[in-house]
Ligand binder design. Sequence first.
Ligand code: URA
Length: 433
Amino acid sequence: MRMYDCIMKKKKGEKLTSQEIREMVSGYVKGEIPDYQMSAMLMAICFQGMDQEEITELTMSMAQSGDMVDLSSIPGVKVDKHSTGGVGDKTTLILGPIVAACGVKVAKMSGRGLGHTGGTIDKLESIPGFRTSLDQKEFFSIIDRVGFSVAGQTGNLAPADKKLYALRDVTGTVDSIPLIAASIMSKKLASGSDCILLDVKVGSGAFMKTVDEAVELAKCMVSIGEKCGRKTIAMITDMDIPLGCAIGNSMEVAEAVETLLGRGPKDLYEVCIELAGNMLYLAGKGTIRECCSMAEEAVADGRALEKLKEMVEAQSGDVQVIQNPANFEKAPYSYEVTAKKDGYVTHMDTEKCGIASVALGAGRATKESSIDYAAGITLRKKTGDAVKQGDVLATLYASSKGLFQEAEALLTKAYEIEPERPKEEPLIYAKVT
Ligand code: URA
């Protein structure tokens, strides 16, 4: 296989063979194919696309470029969940405990924040002492004993994706459905669960901006999962409005605890019950309605919150902050962003809200930056709410007053206020099976 010939083929919109795709991925991981040739190939894929057979082959080659975790030594069905990324998306911290409390094991390998979107590992590391670096033995033992564990991705899980993602990030080739599907599904296949629930986010805070694009990505990923023998469902959920009211690491853990206490924001609770219900359904626990009721009961009777505590304890985290989130260290400064006119919040640019939280220190400006776990935003008003001039739209939290100016400017632009109340959009747009 000559990489030059493959680039020319894809540039003309022709189909790559399985062997060409396999050799291209392994050659790139070994360093035999240089970045400049792979960049040209990625750009050709962005313009010409790939068919489902090519995407599945690319996914399998990327998954098999490193360790393929074998969870079969842990008894019972193991379910994984993946969100395509959003703002204020703390669903894993709520779903994992709910599903485990209902007797289904959740083995979750998570990543850190990416761009304007937050990452579960960063949120969990805001719990003092919490360890996300687990060796396989300990990860398996916590899943078996507690029913739920979240670990950081090991260096050798889909290394092809790691290398390709870093290249895509700097060559303008992230927003391609075949490349996103292969990236996500390679990690899910390598992680070893029997069933996969995909939460495909759509809207101003998501990588997919329209429902049609989100459905296309969802269908593509579900087809890969099924072809590879994993039961897979995708839910298309709203990310045109941040999920819940908290954006920022320890603030999101606190909101997850409130939700498990039954006192969380309605949108977050509803999405979590639906996603948890579908995870239980994938594991064969009953009909969707029965599974959603099971999820609600696990919250109502406190079993899900107990599971979260057990998991935090097993991973050496300080359970006191889960028992009472007021024990989290607070940011020393706060600032209120206010409405400049009367009306209704008709739209929120959710990506800008995410960027504002990064500007406050809740995310990384560069790969090497450290995170301020206490920094973030509490949204006091969201799309659909009526506001009067001077009302607080959001409260910002940071370690220094100097960080407020940029975040305030971003949030002021993020909120659109108009005289007419907007039409209410669904939280869940579609389900792809
Ligand atoms: N998340 C991933 O893991 N990969 C992508 O390409 C996009 C979002």
